[in-house]
Design a protein around this ligand. Structure first.
Ligand code: PFF
Length: 461
């Protein structure tokens, strides 16, 4: 990517696919999906999630790629260009600000804290700390890590530093190439873990937990959680796919690309579930342990399998890389804006965006320890969110994932469905009238906005 707002293009379709899949596949699939499923009733959540991915996530993803390629600039610039083309208000640029700053930097602030845990676990795995550890030992390891704000801040800073470094330099072909080898390797290790879980874990129980839905468990909260997860996992509603679309050459088929991203992303999440839950049940862990779930489960597996120190370190290294290919895409929308609009040099822009995310992320760090019981909204009577204490960390996560992202998705659907001219869209998608175009347009114009309003209202009331 170049230093200006109007960018050079991906070197090939393959490079784009890896960058886009690299953005989509990350902690959201391997860390967040399993614990969200565990907290929200297992298969009921999975079912709603898959429905949302197909009927809402996919159309929104395609809409973002289309806006980006048509606009060709930062998310804000692209929104303005499309609004202008259709003779509508340029105020729509605000949607880009909400996404890039509220969504992108907000999400990066805690994404980086979790990625910091992952990096710390590379060291733990490599030094054979997991050898023979049981469920209580793994939980204790996690607890002592979380109890230390200094250690957590160190790793948070290390991860943000890496992200800023890559974004600051521009994404060189080195990263493009590395990702082409590393993402398949992560996939392979996940399969090894599933194999291990089949042999050593309660596989049948996990399959039934993930795929035999108890419909009575579906409610507004589950739907809101599944919607948040679908957007989070597909990297939509924060401007990432708009900016990645802006780097795309015209001859690439957007519909096909979006479909491939969705299939790869959902596949990795389901495989991660099949790797984790057999172990959760085998070791008597609770599926609803929350964000620490994989950090408690996987060390037990690595501690027991032959060659576990190597497989374990490799796993956490690859997960760090998967997280970096996502975090750079969280920083990019804000950076492209600073460069584009404020004429900042790319390095300064990256440091500024990273600095904001790092600082806000400290609230999440301290919510694991010193400020765990500090409930900043208790004066409004808001002491818990979904049964979890509403400390800063929880409030930031909830606000970004369950408010900013769905609202961003809603506004984007309104923009693309009702503001942008149909001809511009059809031209950019290179699709004939009727058929796929019509289905997508109806989904983005009616179903997505209605579903988002219903889910937001049901989930918040
Ligand atoms: N999709 C990434 C993941 O699943 O880990 C997270 C993410 C990246 C969300 C980029 C949003 C985004 F714009």
């Amino acid at each position: 990517m170049s230093a200006s707002g109007v960018q050079e293009q991906w070197s090939s379709r393959m490079a784009f696919m890896f960058a886009a899949v690299g953005s989509a596949v990350g902690l959201g699939n391997i860390w967040r999906f399993p614990y969200m499923a565990g907290e929200n009733g297992g298969a009921a959540f999975v079912l709603v999630y898959i429905g949302f991915v197909a009927l809402i996530g996919f159309p929104v993803l395609l809409a973002e790629l289309t806006v980006g390629r048509r606009g060709g600039g930062s998310p804000m610039a692209s929104l303005i260009k499309l609004a202008r083309e259709s003779g509508k208000s340029e105020k729509w640029a605000w949607l880009g600000h909400l996404g890039a700053f509220g969504g992108g930097l907000g999400l990066l602030s805690f994404y980086s804290v979790i990625a910091g845990w992952v990096m710390a676990y590379i060291v733990k795995a490599a030094t054979a700390t997991f050898a023979g550890v049981d469920a209580a030992g793994a939980a204790e390891m996690m607890n002592s890590f979380e109890a230390s704000p200094g250690v957590m801040t160190f790793w948070h800073l290390a991860f943000i530093g890496l992200t800023v470094y890559i974004v600051g330099r521009g994404i060189k072909s080195g990263l493009e190439k590395a990702v082409i080898y590393l993402m398949p390797m992560l996939f392979l290790i996940l399969l090894v873990l599933v194999g291990y879980a089949m042999v050593a874990g309660e596989f049948a129980k996990a399959v039934s937990f993930l795929f035999t839905p108890d419909f009575s468990k579906i409610n507004g909260n589950v739907a809101l959680a599944a919607m948040g997860q679908a957007f989070f996992s597909l990297s939509v509603t924060v401007g990432t796919m708009i900016i990645y679309g802006a780097y795309l050459p015209k001859n690439i088929n957007l519909t096909q690309s979006a479909a491939m991203i969705v299939v790869a992303d959902t596949g990795v999440a389901l495989i991660a579930g099949l790797a984790i839950f057999p172990l959760v049940f085998a070791y008597g862990l609770s599926p609803d342990s929350g964000p620490t779930l994989i950090f408690i489960t996987l060390p037990i597996a690595f501690g027991q399998m032959p060659g576990g120190a190597i497989v374990g370190s490799l796993f956490f290294i690859l997960l760090t890389i998967a997280a970096i290919t996502s975090s750079i895409s969280l920083l990019e929308p804000a950076v492209s804006y600073f460069v584009d609009k404020l004429n900042m040099n790319r390095w300064r822009a990256a440091i500024m965006g990273g600095g904001i995310a790092f600082t806000v992320g400290l609230l999440t760090v301290f919510s694991s320890n010193e400020w765990k019981d500090l409930l900043p909204l208790s004066f409004l009577g808001l002491d818990t969110i979904g049964g979890v204490p509403a400390n800063f960390g929880k409030i930031i996560d909830f606000t970004v994932s369950n408010l900013i992202m769905p609202i961003g998705g809603l506004l984007l659907a309104i923009f693309v469905g009702w503001i942008v001219s149909r001809d511009s869209l059809r031209d950019e998608l290179a699709l004939p009238e009727g058929g796929i175009f019509e289905i997508w347009h109806v989904l983005i114009k009616f179903l997505v906005p209605i579903a988002l309003v219903v889910v937001l209202v049901a989930g918040l009331s």
